[in-house]
Design a protein around this ligand. Structure first.
Ligand code: TXA
Ligand code: MG
Length: 340
């Protein structure tokens, strides 16, 4: 299949994307978080194609994207007060809410679960495409399953060229990590995936919000995943990644002892030239948003440089940094070494 290159700044290209989606096609679209691989969420055959293109396990459900608040009610059994509150504060924006699903959501999209994840993105091109398609769009991140999420159209093409109908280029993504995912389907709201909207933001809006332990720790053998995506290795470059938790002088000393062929550093901005091995940075130590925006590109860059073993600086797992830490420990398969 020839993958069409579309430009998000051209109205005729937005219309073309909408037309391909209405016909059951797959189009990668920019959002404020990461690029999504979109299909008509109400068309089971179209949704099934997403899983094939990504190599995604069939038990990992998709997020449904809307462009108007009144598109939410038909997708879910009911809209609780908590969902109204979150929508009022954070939509459109990088927040996904999980609620019991309505019958119109095919089992392919919810992966057989009784719930559905819904997001109202703020990116103007994402909203325009959803409107042009005239239907809600199921869209996981537009990477091959297991690879870092794409934050630029070039990343999408690296993984998906020839496997999807089109990619709509809207430039680099502003947020850079996937949306915050919170489930409202249980007794107490529960954070399943941290993002740019933080646990503290959610608690300010709702009061009590639980943080799922799987955000920071590997799932216990045989335990059921509250969010199926938690089970899988994620965000990983081809290299083995090890997180080193400690201050810069200890990090540098560790690298001096462990330098060798194929060894690279994933460090904070400004540290590169002070390290004994080739280094890629992912934002400044004190700027978690910059880290969010740059992390996935940095992970892909390590592959391009043929890194075999990557020692990564460990971000602070607090506030916005929790999202970055959550992605990096998954990229590292939970290998963390404390320094000092
Ligand atoms: O920012 C984002 O959320 C991006 C853009 C494209 O919107 N999308 C995205 O989708 O990151 P994906 O499929 O890569 O991640 C969705 C996560 C997965 O971990 C999945 O398991 C979880 O949300 N999820 C989806 N539906 C769920 C449900 N009904 N119950 C629990 N977890 C769910
Ligand atoms: Mg993903």
């Amino acid at each position: 299949m020839q993958t069409e290159r579309l430009d998000a700044s051209r109205p005729e290209d937005i219309r073309r994307a909408g037309e391909l989606l209405r016909k059951g096609g797959l189009v990668a679209i920019p959002t404020e978080t990461v690029y999504g691989l979109a299909a008509n969420a109400l068309d089971r055959a179209a949704a099934a194609k997403i899983f094939a293109a990504k190599g995604r396990p069939a038990d990992n459900p998709l997020i449904v994207h809307i462009a108007k608040l009144d598109q939410l009610a038909p997708l879910v059994r009911e809209v609780p007060e908590t969902a109204r509150e979150l929508a009022a504060r954070f939509w459109p924006g990088p927040l996904t809410v999980i609620l019991p699903k309505a019958d119109c959501i095919p089992a392919e999209v919810s992966a057989g679960l009784p719930t559905v994840a819904v997001r109202f993105p703020s990116h103007p091109a994402a909203r325009a495409v959803i409107q042009a398609a005239g239907v809600p769009l199921a869209a996981p991140s537009a990477n091959t399953s297991g690879r870092p999420s794409p934050t630029a159209a070039g990343h999408v093409l690296d993984d998906m060229d020839g496997k999807i109908d089109a990619v709509l280029d809207g430039g680099p993504c502003e947020v850079g990590v996937e949306s915050t995912v919170v489930t409202l389907a249980g007794q107490t709201p529960r954070l399943l995936r941290p993002g740019h909207i933080t646990l503290e933001d959610l608690r300010n809006a709702l009061g009590e919000v639980e943080a799922d332990p799987a955000i920071l720790h590997p799932l216990k053998e045989g335990a059921a995943a509250p969010s199926p995506g938690m089970k899988y290795k994620h965000y990983a470059p081809k290299a083995r990644v090890i997180l080193l938790d400690g201050p810069f002088p200890l990090y540098r000393a560790y690298l001096e002892r462990h330098a060798g062929p194929g060894v690279m550093a994933l460090c904070f901005a400004g540290e590169e030239s002070r390290l004994p091995v080739p280094a890629i940075s992912y934002g400044a130590e004190s700027e978690p948003w910059e880290q969010e925006r740059e992390l996935f590109d940095a992970l892909r860059e390590l592959d391009k440089r043929d890194a075999r073993l990557v020692y990564a600086r460990c971000p602070e797992p607090e506030g916005r940094g929790l999202a970055v830490y959550n992605r990096l420990i998954r990229a590292a398969g939970f290998e963390v070494e404390r320094l000092g």
